[in-house]
Write a protein that binds this ligand. Structure first.
Ligand SMILES: Nc1ncnc2c1ncn2[C@@H]1O[C@H](COP(=O)(O)OP(=O)(O)OP(=O)(O)O)[C@@H](O)[C@H]1O
Length: 631
């Protein structure tokens, strides 16, 4: 992905104007719109597979609904054919010879059939809508859940891949379009059935009429498909900008960042930025409008001309006595009905095609996510892990020049507390991600009791890890779930309160309106908010609750007061004998509790030892200690 920031500053302006949002253009395989080379024929050929896919998805969520829908479709089509055929019969009688009452009498049976068939058509139409109403919400939920599950399951390295987030955004739009999927398919099918029925009747009246009618509606169909293509092209061009815009929208409006936005005077720039990006998106959309107009006008003119030919032909056939007058009258109705069915057929075919473009994005993202799901092997990890060993481990983030971890070897034993220190960007967090198997080493191995993480079932590994990352989540869930999230439920709250005590949160939780049941999201009705340090205590409580053989805390106390910090480190020491503990910290005083300190620099371990050893060794650690004391 290439990001270009255009600078609009001018030499003579006193202060340069704010920079506009970066222009994002895709390169590589996502640089090419999948529709760019697709012709009209290719697009039409897509419809059967879309219908099949829709049917399969619908079948998976609601079989009775699909059966009902199909039965109603057939019934609607048959009813339409019956209406048309018997209307023709009734017409022949009504416009035939005899007195009015004789003619009406003769037409009565046909009229009764027409009324009954029309009623059946209406009822089955209503039942079709009911079936659609049953299937669509289930389908949307399935698609939505599939997307969320797929994203939660990918290897975490996928997040850093170019195009992943934008494909995800496209898939999100696909999920919302699922709403139209069954409706479009249903309307298309019903128009198809009505069209077949009506065209059969029209052909029996005169063979010339059907080809002429087809010609009259084809331009409308082609126009609708071309418009769908233009719409999708615009959507494709706007995808990157839309994605950035929705991210920025969240950051700018999320209440948790509201103070920073206001107190730093960011509101003006953020709203300017949002407006500028929205204008850019609108600009692309507006550029498409004249193209759409040309397509619609062209299709309308061509279709109108052909329609005129159809009516003229019908008039000519009647005037020259090639068809009888009652047949001509029937033909008028049949032509109208066929025309309507044909128009519906092409319009809904185009709509189905349009929807399918977005659904294809969803499917291709799900495939992409599936390809990026962990495939590491199934080696089990024992309940008890006694040792973790890193063997010349190297890891480089995609697109980076230098490895973040550049050949680290170390052994961590059960009962040991390891502190990892080093300057910003030295590779500490990346090292913890490699130890937990969130990232897999490019070179070297990470062994848990001789089991290589590259071959181990990741869920088994993560069931035995507990991690407080630097950027931990403040879950909009109840206080209890903020501690138990990821663990099986217990019968009572005893173990939860034990952890609450360990992180010194009892008083704060008891003051909440519903104690452990309080929803920790002030934005939501009945919710409450915690302070930054309290949230951090809760995040520490969450990992302590897990009782796993590996405990990793990355800057766990950066927002805590001295009492909170003291409580956490006391607890870490108390439970250390049962597990391996890693603490990443910039508070060098806190490393005194560690059995061993690892000092990292540019992805390498450059010093290790106890606090006393390192503080007197005259190396980087000693320098950092003296800087921290120099106030
Ligand atoms: N997701 C990522 N994608 C690309 N590069 C990354 C990513 N995360 C970290 N890096 C890079 O890897 C290097 C090491 O980062 P890491 O987060 O491991 O450092 P750290 O020692 O934990 O830093 P800090 O003390 O600031 O938390 C840095 O150069 C950083 O820019």
């Amino acid at each position: 992905m290439q990001v270009t920031v255009t600078d609009t500053s001018t030499d003579n302006a006193e202060t340069p104007p704010p920079p506009p949002p970066a222009t994002i253009s895709f390169e590589g395989k996502f640089g090419k719109n999948p529709l760019a080379d697709a012709g009209f024929g290719a697009m039409c050929r897509r419809l059967p597979s879309v219908l099949l896919h829709t049917a399969r998805m619908a079948w998976a969520v609601d079989r009775p609904g699909v059966v009902l829908l199909l039965a109603c479709q057939l019934l609607t089509g048959t009813a339409a054919a019956v209406v048309l055929t018997f209307t023709a019969q009734a017409m022949t009688h009504i416009l035939g010879t005899g007195t009015v009452s004789e003619r009406l009498h003769a037409a009565l049976p046909a009229l009764i059939v027409v009324t009954a068939a029309a009623a059946i058509g209406r009822v089955s139409g209503a039942l079709s809508s009911y079936a659609d109403g049953r299937i669509t919400p289930l389908l949307m939920t399935e698609a939505d859940v599939a997307l969320v599950t797929a994203v939660c399951r990918v290897e975490s390295s996928a997040y850093g891949e170019d195009g992943f987030a934008d494909r995800q955004e496209a898939a999100e739009i696909g999920v919302t379009r699922t709403r139209l999927m069954v409706q479009d398919a249903q309307r298309f099918m019903s128009a198809l059935i009505r069209m077949i029925a009506a065209s059969g009747v029209v052909t029996t009246l005169h063979p010339l009429l059907l080809p002429l009618l087809l010609l009259a509606v084809l331009p409308a169909g082609a126009g609708a498909v071309l418009s769908a293509r233009v719409d999708y092209e615009t959507h494709y061009l706007n995808l990157g900008d839309r994605n950035v815009r929705s991210m920025m929208r969240w950051w700018a409006t999320y209440s948790r960042f509201g103070d920073e936005v206001r107190a730093n005077g960011m509101t003006g720039y953020l709203t300017y930025w949002y407006r500028a990006l929205s204008d850019r998106i609108d600009q692309r959309t507006l550029t498409a409008a004249p193209r759409m107009l040309h397509i619609t006008l062209g299709a309308g003119a061509l279709g109108g001309t052909f329609l005129l030919c159809t009516w003229s032909t019908l008039a000519w056939l009647a005037a020259t006595g090639r068809i009888a007058l009652p047949v001509a009258a029937t033909a008028v109705i049949a032509v109208q009905t066929t025309l309507a069915a044909l128009s519906q057929f092409v319009i809904h075919g185009a709509a189905l095609f349009h929807t399918s473009l977005y659904l294809a994005d969803m499917r291709s993202f799900l495939d992409m996510a599936q390809e990026r799901a962990p495939r590491r092997g199934e080696s089990a990890i024992p309940e008890r892990v006694d040792q973790i060993r890193l063997d010349e481990v190297v890891f480089q983030y995609p697109g980076k020049e230098e490895p973040a971890v550049a050949g680290v070897s170390l052994t961590l034993r059960r009962g040991e507390i390891l502190a990892v220190v080093g300057e910003n960007g030295s590779g500490k967090s990346t090292l913890t991600k490699l130890i937990t198997g969130i990232l897999l080493a490019d070179k070297g191995r990470v062994l848990w009791d001789d089991i290589d993480l590259a071959q181990a079932d990741p869920d088994a590994v993560w069931n035995r890890t507990a991690l407080v990352p630097q950027n931990f989540a403040c879950w909009p869930l109840r206080a209890r779930e903020n501690i138990t999230l990821g663990q099986p439920r217990t019968h009572d709250d005893g173990p939860v309160w034990d952890v609450v005590d360990a992180v010194g949160m009892r008083e704060a939780i008891e003051r909440l309106p519903q104690r452990l049941d309080t929803l920790l999201a002030k934005e939501l009705w009945g919710g409450a908010e915690l302070s930054g340090g309290q949230w951090q205590r809760l995040a520490c409580g969450r990992v302590l609750y897990r009782e796993t053989p590996l405990l990793i805390l990355d800057e766990p106390t950066s927002q805590m007061d001295a009492r909170g910090e003291h409580a956490i480190f006391l607890e870490i020491k108390r439970i250390a004998a049962e597990r391996m503990t890693i603490v990443v910290t910039h508070q060098l005083e806190n490393t005194k509790l560690a059995d061993r300190i690892l000092v990292m620099d540019q992805g390498r371990v450059i010093e290790q030892g106890t606090y006393e050893d390192l503080a007197n060794a005259g190396g980087l650690f000693a320098e950092l200690v003296s800087l921290s004391q120099d106030r």
